[in-house]
Ligand binder design. Structure first.
Ligand code: NAD
Length: 321
């Protein structure tokens, strides 16, 4: 199938591109390269460099490609930036999203899979949350993901397509950009490999559900390929495994120590710093992926230690280049 992947030059989007190619599909990428890079893409994948906010250009690309499916990953994805710049957040995450969904409908695309977020929809939860838990977004970013799901449901119902929202937990893995405000694993890897002490905000006891990027990409491929009975559905994509930030930091360090022993690389590992808690950070966020297992046949393939081993190795190789 022909698939337009918005944000396909970014972290998760580029793993989706890899998964689609491996499964015999033909991806086309739209990305403004604001945080993504062409280096994340395999050679030969068509890349249209444009901003989602340019509606007429987005429409032209859809008319040229005429995709069967759409994977909508591109977004303004910083919660704190959304609080500082709510208009910009809505321009990309609501109006940009509408440009994509409207163009998909105009060329009769059959299915849109949308990158939503469990954490921002469910708020502070201490047990793994199912999809019917009431949405309570508190940041403009969270509101835009919730609105995006509602628009997807509207387009699917009114314009004869299928819409699937995947509510990701905290995603980590190779190619995650360590220079953003999110992506704690990427930031820890990059700092520790540079011999600098990463900062843990607050007491480090904040609970998160970490899911490996290539596993999330597989969930996206299955969400496109699966036969689904309804025009719209939403699935959590996470592991339901609680890990606090102190545990995460110590797992990243363990993997770096193992790598140092295996590869004989020079590496000084400083202790972590502790800084003030960030306003608005949830104490706990976990999602239950049981519906994705039942309806998409998806299960996470990597546990945290396995995923971190791959991630640390990737950052070590790429930090050296
Ligand atoms: P990323 O920054 O690596 O990828 C986003 C991509 O979108 C980048 O390549 C960027 O250049 C592109 N982009 C941004 N604004 C654009 C615009 N206006 N026009 C065109 N392209 C634009 O981030 P990611 O972690 O891969 O996130 C992908 C999606 O997953 C996002 O929608 C994000 O909200 C969602 N998500 C991510 C996580 C996570 O933990 N990483 C969790 C929940 C949801």
């Amino acid at each position: 199938m022909k698939v337009i992947v918005t944000g396909g030059a970014g972290f998760i989007g580029s793993h989706i591109v890899d998964a689609l190619i491996a499964r015999g599909h033909q991806p086309f990428v739209i990305d403004d390269l604001s945080s993504g890079s062409p280096k994340n893409l395999p050679q030969g994948v068509p890349l249209f460099v444009t901003d989602l906010r340019h509606g007429s250009r987005i429409r032209e690309i859809f008319e040229e490609v005429r995709p069967d499916w759409v994977s909508h990953q591109a977004a303004q994805m910083s919660v704190s930036r959304s609080v500082r710049e709510p208009v910009f957040d809505a321009e990309v995450n609501v109006l940009g999203l509408l440009n994509v969904f409207d163009s998909a409908a105009a060329v009769s695309a059959k299915r849109i899979v949308f990158a939503s977020s469990g954490g921002v929809l469910y708020g502070d939860v201490s047990v793994p949350t199912a999809e019917d838990y009431p949405a309570a977004p508190i940041s403009p970013y969270g509101i835009s993901k919730w609105v995006g799901e509602k628009y997807l449901e509207f387009f699917a119902r009114e314009r004869g397509m299928q819409g699937v929202a995947l509510r990701y937990a905290n995603v980590y893995g190779p190619r995650q950009n360590p220079h953003g405000e999110a992506g704690v694993v990427a930031i820890f890897c990059q700092k520790l490999l540079a011999g600098q002490a990463p900062t843990i905000n607050g007491d480090g006891k904040y609970i998160r559900d970490y899911v490996y990027g290539p596993d999330v990409a597989l969930a996206n491929a299955l969400a496109m390929e699966s036969t689904l009975p309804t025009h719209f559905d939403a699935f959590n994509i996470g592991t339901a495994t609680p890990t606090d930030v102190n545990q995460l930091a110590s797992c990243v360090r363990d993997q770096l120590i193992a790598l140092r022993a295996q590869e004989g690389i020079q590496l000084n590992l400083p202790e972590m710093n502790y800084g003030p808690a960030r306003a608005g950070d949830l104490r706990s966020s976990l999602v239950c992926p049981a519906r994705a297992a039942a309806h998409l046949g998806w299960k996470p393939g990597f546990d945290l230690a396995q995923g971190l081993q791959e991630t640390v190795r990737w950052f070590a190789t790429h930090a050296a280049q």
